[in-house]
Design a protein. Sequence first.
Length: 95
Amino acid sequence: LIGSFYGRHQFKVWGFGEVNKKSLEGCAAVFLGSLVPCLFYLVQYDAWAWSWVWLVGIISVASTLTEVAAFRSTDNLVIPATNALIMVAAFTDSA
């Protein structure tokens, strides 16, 4: 929604037979919309270990990249699914 109203720096993303317009402002809103709640969690629970800080960064970047790559009207499903996969990967014991 931010990109729809305030997006001045637009770029095209090609999907299956369609071209979506995205904006840098919209991408920044998605990034901050992911980063700020995660940082709030870190502050609230005093969880400033580097592993948590890295995870917050990875989730924020992944949310932004997923929003750019998601087909029209699928981002509300694909972004949480991507973040859930990241969390599963982060907390799955690899031993």
